[in-house]
Design a protein around this ligand. Structure first.
Ligand code: BG6
Ligand code: MG
Length: 219
């Protein structure tokens, strides 16, 4: 029986990938590192510290831990500044409608994001009121593909994983949902989230009606 929904944030509720890209690009340019959109795709869903390690590995760079933290903080400062321009107009099409519908139908709803900036993003979107529980990059120490953030969210909702559907746009996010025994909805292309229980190209297609019709035995 489905009683709850757990949403990833970046790439599901709003598209921050371009803002993350711009911030990593600025940092990489300053460091003389190569960084492009293809590499940015590899950062989808993974934590800030895992992200900088992917970029450093790609560039054959190794640095001491304190310097890595300092550089990741520089990137974060650029990213956080860019969030000031985000407004309630910046939901991905369909996301606000789905959240509103879930609220009106009485489902429990949680956020399960790897981002330590999730609260700021939700405030900019005026989306805090949609969530009973907010799980973010500060809630657990093991990030996706570990299931911990989704287990944190379901636990706080008081639900078992098999009572919840996770919405994710990242390959590692779907891996995390599956590792935790959650039902999963992938948002994005087959090659990225084709291993989800069901997949939609965009959030606009992921209406409650469509989700219910795919998981009909569970509602
Ligand atoms: C995820 C993004 O939601 O959050 C990743 O998909 C990002 O690209 C991660 O690295 C961590 O975000 P933040 O805001 O804590 O740097
Ligand atoms: Mg995401």
């Amino acid at each position: 029986m489905i009683k709850g929904f757990i949403f990833d944030l970046d790439g599901v509720i709003t598209d921050t990938a371009e803002l993350h890209y711009a911030a990593w690009k600025k940092l990489s340019d300053e460091q003389g590192w190569h960084f492009d959109r293809e590499l940015n795709e590899k950062l989808r869903g993974i934590s800030r510290m895992d992200s900088i390690k992917v970029i450093m590995d790609h560039n054959g760079v190794s640095l001491d831990d304190a310097t890595i933290v300092e550089l990741a903080t520089m990137k974060n400062d650029i990213y956080v500044d860019s969030l000031d321009d985000m407004t309630p107009e910046d939901y991905l099409p369909g996301a606000r409608e789905l959240l509103t519908h879930l609220r009106s139908e009485g489902f429990s709803v949680a956020l399960g994001s790897a981002s330590k900036n999730a609260n700021k993003v939700l405030k900019q979107l005026n989306a805090v009121h949609f969530f009973d529980v907010i799980g973010d990059g500060n809630s657990v120490s093991k990030s996706k593909p570990a299931p911990d953030i989704f287990l944190f969210a379901s636990d706080k909702l008081g639900l078992r994983p098999d009572n919840c559907i996770v919405f994710e746009d990242a390959e590692k996010g779907i891996d995390a949902a599956k590792a935790g025994n959650f039902h999963s909805v992938g948002i994005g292309p087959e090659e990225r989230v084709g291993h989800a229980d069901i997949r939609f190209d965009t959030m606009k297609q992921a209406t409650l009606f469509e989700v219910k019709s795919h998981f009909k035995d569970l509602f």
